[in-house]
Design a binder for this molecule. Structure first.
Ligand SMILES: Cc1cc2nc3c(=O)[nH]c(=O)nc-3n(C[C@H](O)[C@H](O)[C@H](O)COP(=O)(O)OP(=O)(O)OC[C@H]3O[C@@H](n4cnc5c(N)ncnc54)[C@H](O)[C@@H]3O)c2cc1C
Length: 274
C-alpha cells in the first residue's frame, strides 16, 4: 500500500495521468497506447485469508483461484465467478458476476485509496453496486482490499456447481480466441423488449461480421474476437457498426460493458468514446 501511495504521489506531483488495472480483461486500450502510467495490481498484491465464512483478499487476487479455494473449504458464493478472468479489484470495480449474480451481493466492505493517497473503507451498501457498476469506476478510487461473506456448504456440491458453470461457459463462449468478454451489457429495456445483447446482435444478422481482424464471434454474438492482428480501431469500428444496425432495427442504443482506455488515460464504457 505504501508503494502504491508513493507511486500515486509522484504521478500526481508530475501531473502524469494514471489508470489502475487488474488483468486488463475488460479493457480496450487505444492503438496509440497511453501517455501516462498504468498501475497494475497483480501477483504481488494477491494474498487472501479465510476466517470462518469470511474471506479477505487484496485487489490482485485472481478470482478463479479464490473461487476454487472457497470450494475446497466448502464455502458457497463464488461458484458463478469461477470462470471470470479478473482480479478481485477489477471484479469489485465492475461488480462482475454471471448467472444473474454479482460480487456486490456478498461484499462486506472495501478498502480503497483516493487520488490523494488516503486510505478509507466503504461498507458494501455504500459502494454504489448496480448492474456492472460501482463507485470505483470513476478512477478516483483504487480498490485495495475487500471482505466477502460466503455461505457454509459442502465441498462436493460447491465443486460440482463450479464444474457445471465452467462446462457451460466453455460451450457458450469463444474461449480459444482472444476477446475482452461481453462487449455489450444487458440494458433492462432492450432485454425486456428484444432479449440479451447476444440474441439481439444475432437477430440483426451480425454474427460473423468482420472489420479488419475483429469479428463478431460465430459462437456468441456478444463477443468480438481477434482473428490475429485486430487493432483497437478495428474493434471500435465493429462496435460502432453493431450499435448502428441494432439501433436501426430496435430503435435502441445498446450500451457497452467493455471499457476503453484513451491515450490520455480516461477509462469509460466504450460506447461513450465512439
Ligand atoms: C473470456 C472472458 C469472459 C468474461 N466473462 C465475464 C463474466 O461472466 N462476467 C463478468 O462480469 N465479466 C466477465 N468478463 C470481463 C472481465 O473478466 C471482468 O470485467 C473482470 O471484472 C475484469 O477484471 P480485471 O481485473 O481484468 O479488471 P480490468 O479489466 O483490468 O479493469 C476493469 C475496470 O476495473 C477497474 N479496476 C481494475 N482494478 C481496479 C482496482 N484495484 N481499483 C479500482 N479500479 C480497478 C479498471 O480501471 C477498469 O475500469 C469476461 C472477460 C473475458 C475475457
Amino acid at each position: 500500500m505504501e508503494d502504491i501511495k508513493a507511486a500515486v504521489g509522484i504521478l500526481n506531483d508530475c501531473e502524469v495521468p494514471w489508470v489502475v488495472i487488474g488483468r486488463g480483461s475488460n479493457l480496450l486500450f487505444d492503438d496509440q497506447g497511453i501517455r501516462g502510467a498504468v498501475i497494475k495490481l497483480g501477483r504481488s498484491f494477491s494474498q487472501a485469508s479465510f476466517d470462518g465464512e469470511k474471506v479477505r483478499g487484496y485487489a490482485g487476487v485472481w478470482i478463479p483461484s479464490l473461487a476454487r479455494r472457497s470450494a475446497s473449504l466448502g464455502l458457497s458464493g463464488l461458484e458463478h465467478m469461477v470462470g471470470i478472468p479478473g482480479t478481485l479489484g477489477g471484479v469489485v470495480a465492475m461488480n462482475g458476476g454471471s448467472l444473474r449474480q454479482n460480487i456486490g451481493q456478498i461484499v462486506d466492505w472495501v478498502t480503497y485509496m483516493n487520488r490523494d493517497g488516503e486510505v478509507d473503507r466503504l461498507e458494501g451498501s455504500e459502494c454504489g453496486f448496480s448492474y456492472r457498476t460501482s463507485c470505483f469506476q470513476d478512477t478516483s478510487k483504487i480498490v485495495l482490499e475487500a471482505q466477502l461473506s460466503l455461505i457454509p456448504s459442502d465441498v462436493q456440491s460447491v465443486r460440482e456447481e463450479m464444474v457445471q458453470v465452467l462446462r457451460e461457459r466453455k460451450a457458450k463462449f469463444p474461449l480459444s480466441q482472444p476477446n475482452c468478454g461481453s462487449v455489450f451489457s444487458n440494458d433492462p429495456y432492450i432485454h425486456r423488449e428484444w432479449g440479451p445483447p447476444g440474441k439481439v446482435i444475432e437477430m440483426c444478422g451480425l454474427k460473423g461480421l468482420r472489420i479488419g481482424d475483429a469479428q463478431v464471434s460465430h459462437r456468441h454474438a456478444n463477443f468480438t474476437v481477434n482473428l490475429g492482428n485486430a487493432t483497437s480501431q478495428d474493434v471500435r469500428a465493429l462496435v460502432r457498426t453493431i450499435r448502428h444496425v441494432v439501433h436501426d432495427v430496435t430503435g435502441c442504443h445498446i450500451p457497452c460493458e467493455v471499457r476503453y482506455v484513451s491515450p490520455d488515460g480516461e477509462v469509460t464504457a466504450l460506447h461513450k468514446s465512439l
